[in-house]
Design a protein. Sequence first.
Length: 298
Amino acid sequence: MFLTDVPGPLNSSLLFISHRPLNFSEEKTVYEQCKDIPAVIIWYLGLQFINMFLGIPANLMVLWLIHKNKGDSSTSDIFILHLAILDVLFCLIPPLELANIVFLTTSSTWYVLRFFYGMKDSSPLFLSCICLDRYMAVVHPITFTELKDRQHRAVLALVVWLITLAYAAAKCVGNIVNFEKVFTWMILATFAFMVFCNIAILWVLRQSGPGRDEMHPVKKRAFKMVLIILAIIVFNYFPPVALFPFQHYFSPDVFRCYIHYVAFGLMDFSSSIQPMLYLSKEKLPWANCCQSSTTQIP
């Protein structure tokens, strides 16, 4: 998501939207051109393979639990399901990414990677849908109850997928002028929306109960979920927005070999953190089995 450094009048207008840093020569691999400071690239690839080995089974387990508990599911589960599907697809790319960074000098395979990167960029939209659902459940419970059994969530999920695929296709092209601003504004908007939902839900929870210390379990669970989503947004998605506008304050080598991979490494790692947080608050069947077996031991 950087301004391409090319000579001539195109320098200020040609943009290249990618996780791959710019100013890399086609004669050398990315790793070879960052050989003086390779630590962050190694760290980034390590996170990506953790995503593959941890994120894929964790997201598949989320999908299995949602399917298993279909009769007792939360209204937000439809968005969690689609987010898990998106993360499973994204977690498949580390082998190709390793080949492109360490071994290959061709630019053709980056089109495939940029498409998947574009899908990952759009994942906060599903997080926003989850947050909106919890907000309605707590702040506007009557409206929430009236809309609970309708199909508007499925329609909203479809709309998010259409936006995601359109954004990913545009990012795949890689030369749309000022396209990097779409990502920046999307992250900032979702971040602001999460903060708003948290404040609104917290305010309602503070007003609940005669002594204002008792919180309804459903409302307390909703606040916990939204708070977790906000933490994910801050830790995983905000670093690119916070660092990229200051690109010119860093030397080109430091930015493309260090800052770039720190920001995207943290963002991409949400594919593992999100399902693990979901699983941590679910009652897994084998966990209950082990607990009951332990209590029977004299």
